[in-house]
Design a protein around this ligand. Structure first.
Ligand SMILES: Cc1ncc(COP(=O)(O)O)c(C=O)c1O
Length: 397
């Protein structure tokens, strides 16, 4: 019997479709057939290209990883079941008992919890520091420091990390720099190009952009990758084929979405300057924002214009009742959703969501007030978004 006769009509159709379909297929298979015991052994040892068991790797995850690598100019990428799983992968692959990690004090709350309370249980020490103050970072480095972690644009006051400066300090101390780029996305910033060793993205946010997938990725340089693939497989941090496929669809429009939302955010922030109902305004694209020069240096330009991302944070001049009124007036056009990066403009209230576990004093020290509102600008027309905001602001004036 000739070799071709062994291929069933179903396999024929699948091969033809794979070669010509405009959209990529979903491969839900948990396991793949092996040609021989030797091939199985080689696949499991990673000596041969191919698939055997989907916790170790599957085509949808590989396709998505290739896109993340390209966006971040990364040598390596791993797709994980959530942004937190990508951070957990960084923890278990980069640190061991006795190591020290230096954390931006403005990291996402769950990230702080992971690298303090959780990591402490494994004998890993941590220090929180204002990573916007490079002198403070330098002073906090120990000879056991193996990792420094900051966010490109920190939540919720949108402080911008000096990635080159942090990388210099990390590398002089034989440590690595991990940047969480979730608030920026690779359209706005590519931290590996500025010297970071590892980048995390919560793809749940603007990278996928449709609020229908929880997914993360860890991208990095070869030198930081020794243990990453094995750790991901052993700890079972894999992402489902369906989620990867949906994220590929989301990422197909990421560039367009991020550009549109960033340009609207710039326009809206400029129109909010000096508004009597707004006591503070944070947007790195505003000329008076203290982070603007650094943002301009590190962030991408699009058609000659710098791109500062889609997040704006403002503080309402008023008490709790103003916050309630503002939020209810904006709903349902701008819903209160404690996430970010959707197609639609949403808002969040850090005091009652992301920073609720801090004491009032800790929040005050970070600059978070009861009236602080974080806006995630979507892809609607800027004028429409602004008129909704104006309605909310008028209601509390
Ligand atoms: C900056 C940042 N990093 C990481 C995460 C965690 O991502 P995920 O929800 O996909 O686990 C979040 C979630 O809000 C985040 O805001």
């Amino acid at each position: 019997m000739s070799q071709s006769k062994k291929i069933s009509p179903a396999q024929d159709a699948a091969q033809l479709a794979a070669a010509t379909a405009l959209a990529p297929p979903i491969y839900p298979a948990t396991v793949y057939a092996c040609g021989s015991p030797q091939q199985a052994a080689d696949l499991l040892a990673g000596k041969t290209e191919g698939f055997i068991y989907s916790r170790d790797g599957h085509p949808n995850s590989d396709m998505l990883a290739e896109q993340c690598k390209a966006w971040h100019s990364a040598e390596q990428a791993a797709i994980t079941g959530s942004g937190m799983a990508a951070l957990a992968l960084a923890l278990i692959s980069q640190l061991k008992q006795g190591d020290h990690v230096l954390l931006s004090h403005q990291l996402y709350g769950r990230t702080l919890g992971l690298f303090t309370t959780e990591a402490d249980r494994w004998g890993i020490e941590s220090t929180e520091v204002d990573t916007c103050n490079l002198d403070a970072v330098q002073q906090a480095v120990r000879n056991t420091t193996k990792l420094i972690i900051a966010e490109t644009i920190a939540n919720p006051l949108l402080h911008v990390a000096d990635i080159e400066g942090l990388a210099e300090i990390a590398h002089a101390s034989h440590a690595r720099l991990l940047i969480d780029n979730t608030f920026a996305s690779p359209v706005v910033c590519r931290p590996l190009e500025s010297g970071a060793d590892l980048v995390v993205e919560s793809m749940t946010k603007i990278m996928n952009g449709h609020s229908d997938v929880i997914l993360g990725c860890l991208c990095g340089k070869n030198a930081a990758w020794d243990r990453v693939s094995l750790s991901a497989t052993t700890w079972g941090l894999f992402a489902s084929p369906h989620s990867c496929w949906l994220s590929m669809r989301g990422m197909a429009t990421m560039d367009l979405r991020v550009r549109q939302a960033s340009s609207s955010a710039q326009e809206i922030a400029e129109r909010l300057v000096g508004h009597p109902a707004v006591s503070e305004l944070h947007y790195p694209g505003l000329p008076d924002d203290p982070h603007q020069p650094l943002a301009q240096k590190q962030f991408s330009t699009i058609q000659g214009e710098s791109c500062y991302g889609n997040m704006i944070t403002l503080c309402l001049a008023g008490d709790h009742s103003c916050v309630e009124k503002f939020i209810s007036t904006l709903s349902p056009e701008i819903p209160f959703c404690p996430s970010l990066g959707d197609l639609k403009t949403t808002l969040s209230h850090p005091e009652s969501t992301s920073h609720r576990e801090l004491s009032a004093n800790q929040r005050k020290q970070l600059g978070i007030h009861p009236g602080t509102i974080r806006l995630s600008v979507g892809i609607e027309a800027a004028s429409d978004i602004f008129s909704h905001l104006e309605r909310g602001l008028e209601a509390i004036a």
